[in-house]
Structure formats: C-alpha cells, structure tokens
Design a protein around this ligand. Sequence first.
Ligand code: C2E
Ligand code: CA
Ligand code: CA
Length: 694
Amino acid sequence: MSTQLLIQTGKTDRPREPADHRQLPLLRHFALAGLVSILLAGLVLGILYQHFATEQLIRSEQRHNVQLTHLLAGVILPAYGDYLHSLADGSGDLIRSQERTAQLHRLILEQIRDTPIIKLKIFSPKGLTVYSTDLSQIGLDKSAYPGFLRATRGETVSQMSYRDRFYAHANEVELANRNLLSSYVPIYDAGGRLSAVFELYNDISELSGEIGLVRIQLTTATIVVMLLLYSALFLLVKRADRIIKAQSLLQTAHAGQIRHQADHDPLTGLPNRRYFRDLLGQSMTRAHENDHLIAVLFIDLDRFKPINDSLGHQAGDRLLKVIAERLTACCRDSDIVARLGGDEFTIILDRVDHVRHIERCAQRVIDTVSRPIHLDDKELSVGASVGISIYPFDDLDIDELIKHADTAMYHAKDSGRNRYAYYSEEMNAEAHLRLELERDLRTALREGQFEVHYQPRFDLALQRVTGVEALLRWQHPDKGMMPPSTFIPLAEETGLIIPLGQWVLQTACRDIAALNTLRADPLNVSINVSARQFEQDDFIDGLREFLHGAEMAATHIELELTESLLMRTDRDSSDNLSRLKAMGLRLSLDDFGTGYSSLNYIKRLPLDTLKIDRSFIRDAGSNARDAALVAAISGMARNLGMRLVAEGVETEEQMRLVNTHRCDEVQGYLISRPLPLDALKTFLAKENGASLTG
Ligand code: C2E
Ligand code: CA
Ligand code: CA
C-alpha cells in the first residue's frame, strides 16, 4: 500500500529532512563486546583462581612445614642443641670437619627420608648456617636475609619459587622443573628464647601442577558455559535487531504515507492545493535566484459538469484520473501538475526561456485534454480553458500569481473555451501580435515580401565607394516597411533566419554581381550572418556549394559576424573561421565595442575587418572617453593588420573625427542610407559622374 503511494509522488515530492536510516549496528556491537568480555572473564577467573588457590596452598603447606619443623626440632635439639649452639662462631670448614656434624647429618637425612622435605637448613639466632643438608652451604651468613630476619622476630615466612634444577637430600637427588615452598620457622627454648631458625624446602610441584590443571579446566568450562549463554543471547539480540529494523522501516514508510496523504489529492495522486502552493513558492524562489521565468497554467475542464451529473460521480472520477495522467504525460519532468479540486488543475512550467514555450505547452494541454476519452464503451469529450500567469511579469506573491492565472482562465472561457489566455490585456495583445508576426513571417518569404537594401561603404584613401552592406527589409502588406530589429529576433527564434539568410546571400550576390558587370572596379558585398546560421552544422558546406555556382568571386564577399556570435561558439569558431578564410571569403567583426571586446580573443581569430559600432561614433564628438576608445580601437586594428570601418557616420564632424583616427572606411547616412538596388545604381552612377567630372 505505502510503496505504491510513495512511487506516485516521485516527481513532485518536496525534499524533506531525510529519515535517520543509520541504525545502531546492534548485532555487530553485541557480538564483539560479548566475545571480548567472555575471553576476559575466563582469563580473569583463571588468574583469580590461581592466585587464591596458590595462597591457600602456601598457607596449608606452611602449616605442614611448621609441624614438621617442630617434630624435627624435637628430635634434633635435645641431642644436638648444645652442639649447634657451640658452633655459633665457627667457620664452614670447621663445622663440616666435626664428627658431630656428620652424625647430625645422618640423623637428619634419616628423619626426612619419607617426608616431602627435600632440604633443610638450620641457622643460629645470629644467622650463621650451622647445618644444611647441602653440606657446602654450612657456614654461610644469612643474617641479612629478609626471610631470616622476619623469622627472628617470631614470624614464620614462606615463599614459593620455581626451580628448573634442584639438588635434594644432600645433593643425592637431582630434581628438574619443580615448584618449591621454603619456610623459615623460628624455634624457641623452654625459656622462650630463640634457639634456632629452621629453613625447610618442600616440593609442592604436584599440588601446584594440580592447581594449574584445575585452572585450565575452570577457565575452559567458564568460557564454554559463557559461549553457550552468549549464543543464546546472540540469537535473541539478532531477533530483536530484526524487529527494530522492520519497525523503523515501517515507521518511515508510514511517515511517508501520512505525508503523502497530507500533500496529495487522493483521487489522482497529484499534489493538492496546499502542497501546490508550497511547490510554487519554491519554484518562484529558484526563478528569482536563477533569473528565469516560470508560468502557472490554470486549467479548467469545459463540459465536465454535465458528464459528472449525467453519468455519476464514479464516471466523473475516472475521467479526472485519465485527465490527470494525460496532463502529467504532456509535461516535462521538471514541471509540476497539481489538482486544486473539482475539475481544476494547475501546472507550474519551470525554467521557461521563451514565452513561446508557454504557449506551446498551453496548446498541448488543450489538445491532450480534448482527445476523446473512452469510459465503458462511451466516448466522452471534454475541453480545457487555460489561464496563464508568468512570474516575474505578474505579481510577486504566490496567491496573486495563482489568482491571475485563474482570472486569465475565465478570460479564456469567456472568449470561447478550448483556448488559452494571459492574465493581462497587454500580455494578451503582445502574445497575439507575436503570434501574428510569426505567422506573417512564414508567408513573407514565400510571397516575396522581403527586399535587400544596400548601404555603400566609402573608402577614405581611395575617396570612393568600394563596397556595400546588404541589409534586409520586409515590405509587410499591412504594416508597411519593417526594420530588421522588429523581426530578426523572431526569425532567429523560429529558425526562419536560416532560409531567410540564405535568400539574402543569394539575392545580394546576384544583384551586386550583375551591377559589377558594368563596373571597372568590382564592388564588395557584406552579408550579415546570425548566430543561428553560423551554428548550423552544414553552414560552411552550404556556403561552399553556393560559391561554386555563384557569379560572384568569394574574394568580393565579406561575412559580418558579431562578437557575441563568436563567443557563443567559442570552441570551434576559430576553426570555422579558418575554413571560411580558406574558401577565399573576407570576414569582419560587426558592432565592435558592444560585446565583450576581448582583444586577446580577437587576436586569435583570422579576421580582416573591424567595424566600430555606431554608438561610439555618435558620442565620440561629445564624449572624451568614447573618442579615446575610438583612438585605441584604431591603434589596435592597425597593429593587428585589420581594416577599420566606422559605422553610422552622420555628420561632417564625425567624418573629421574618423579621418583623424585614420579609419579605412566609412559607412553612414552622411554617405548614403541603405538603398534599394535601383537607387544604389543611381547613387553609384552619380558618384562616378562626380568623380569623373570632379
Ligand atoms: P548592422 O549590421 O549593424 O547594420 C547597420 C545598421 O545601421 C543598419 O540598420 C543601418 O540602416 C544602420 N545605419 C547605417 N548607417 C547609419 C547612420 O548613419 N545612422 C543610423 N542611425 N543608423 C545607420 P538596419 O538596416 O535597421 O539593420 C539593423 C540590424 O539588423 C543590422 O545591424 C543587422 O544586425 C541586422 N540585419 C540586417 N540585415 C540582416 C540580414 O540580412 N541578416 C542578418 N542576420 N541580420 C541582418
Ligand atoms: Ca552589419
Ligand atoms: Ca553594425
């Protein structure tokens, strides 16, 4: 359910704060933390066990040692106590050499034979080793040993140590890898005075080995039990994780669904009035920022009410759905179709470049709505009246913009339905005019309403006319002579400039070639080329073909290009210009100074002529800055080896100015206005006569 709704919103859903899909990786965290803690727990448990068990072992073995010591002392001291006492200051060798020592040694070995004691030492209260089962150690001074010192203070001190090699029982037995416990035990006489300190070595390897084994078993058992527990928990957490994920997905979907329901018309799935207002606001902001137009089309269905009344609401609903689908299909992806309610729809046309685009869309809407609709083998037909408001031409406010389109829709209905209308009368009129002009323009070429006029170009060095510029004129049947500025932009927009430009080229070349047959010095002819023509893929090939059969040599033809044209097609214009040059044509840069005037750029292009725009010439007399610019342009043109033409020279003063700035040619009303061919012939004949007579 939710997925379907979500898909429908695709095109128009406004971007919302993204739902937080980043879930805590619960499972991974749990798995890792679980394993680590199990290992740690096993390890810690093992260490603790070892620690306490060893402590316990030492305590019990020490008790054992103390008992044994007292037993031994009970046997030894009554017989040898005085003897040992007498040895208090003797040297090791002396003691060893005594027969009593040998007797004592034998006695002790006998006593400890079947005990865990593997070594025994006896120290005098002053720390002299008076006896040791290892006889070589007799005589060593132990008075500074911490164990001994503590024993003299009445403590029994035990210490566990590991020995990889140890000689037991008077060096008769060699032991390897043993854990030993040594205890210092103080022995007191009846009077309570310290009579000796015994040191016993006890082999506890077996017991401590058992502890180690138990530790391993304990650790292993712990880890195994915990792993089992862990696995169970893992499964539990995994399940919980799945449930949480599913729930959050459901929540997101649910939120999306609720949002969608709040924003969309349930019948058609299109944005509703509230959401449409939001979207329009966003579009307006974007249009404002990016400086483009947007249009609101307000669409009201004609003849919907009678269908709804006669066939019932269900049929009406189905019809509205069909219309909604058709409207969506006839728009671009960036446009927004909405239903305001009833049989009212709106469309936002985003990023509009030309008013023409709006009209084409409006017409498409009307056409698509008017197509017959089949419902249960009935063929129904409705129409559409479309009102148009354009931002930012119309009011800046969202509701005003919608209201204007609504009002315009009523105009359209009033003026006969199934049509579109703009909000304002002026806009209506302007749109009509443009449409009319476009229609007229299409027939004009067919019906021969165009003419080419020629404006002479006067060479200042030769002091005579050496060429003409071909300028297009439209003799409109109702409106009279139309200047190019009124129709060239439209011709460019509609693409009509391409056949029209072709026609100018053919006509001008034919006219001037015919004229040249009567002249000693052939005239050059300049032809204006528009960007749209220049951008045509086959522009150069077409020109080459034309030149092939033309009566006019390419060297007498000059193409006038504008800076903006060259900048627009920057990437390959340099190439294209070289190809044109290779065909023998001359190239000039028209209206120089009105565009980017990038000298660096111009330097790279194979241009022959620079035509200073007439605005500079007009103001150069009064404006020092313009005069300086003319001087600079003139200097630059000479440096680059280009001819310089001054356009729009109307007065003698301007003529003097261009003379001082050493322009090569002059064009302007002072010499002559653009003339029809016959008038040009007369002008040239007069000029010729003047120069002949003058
Ligand atoms: P443009 O190429 O700069 O043509 C010169 C314009 O200056 C012409 O206007 C001409 O009548 C005008 N003019 C010449 N001398 C003077 C003068 O002394 N004072 C004043 N005030 N104006 C002068 P026009 O014929 O109205 O042409 C306007 C523009 O239309 C042309 O500007 C050119 O860009 C375009 N155009 C004309 N014919 C064609 C054509 O066949 N093809 C293309 N693509 N564009 C053309
Ligand atoms: Ca020109
Ligand atoms: Ca010009």
